[in-house]
Design a protein around this ligand. Sequence first.
Ligand code: ZN
Length: 132
Amino acid sequence: MKASRDPPRFGAVRQYCTPVTREEFTGVHKNRKGNKMLIKAGVSIARLERNTRWGLRVVEDVFAAHKQEMIVTSTDEGNHGAGSLHYANQALDVRRPDEDRAAMSTEIKAGLGKDFDLVIEFDHWHIEYDPK
Ligand SMILES: [Zn+2]
């Protein structure tokens, strides 16, 4: 059976993605274009599957183009639903950007293509590699 997505789409979002404050960052990554990406303390992008890592770069580029700070709030740690692709290293969460959300989500979806899903949650965007 295929792993399901994060089950709690609405109400329960806060249970598995708490807002990140600046003090909580431990990691700062620079991508190949020199764009900065912040990683929440306790979160690691090291284990992401190759396709998901590719998707992360697409997301980074859109955040950079819109001059929005990118913060990875979750990968495979934490409290995701049973069967979540987070545990398969095929999903990640980024904090919702402050501005340009409509344009950015459209660009991210277009850049990622049909094998990815972008799920807009209350305070973060869930991105998963889920080939159709
Ligand atoms: Zn998620």
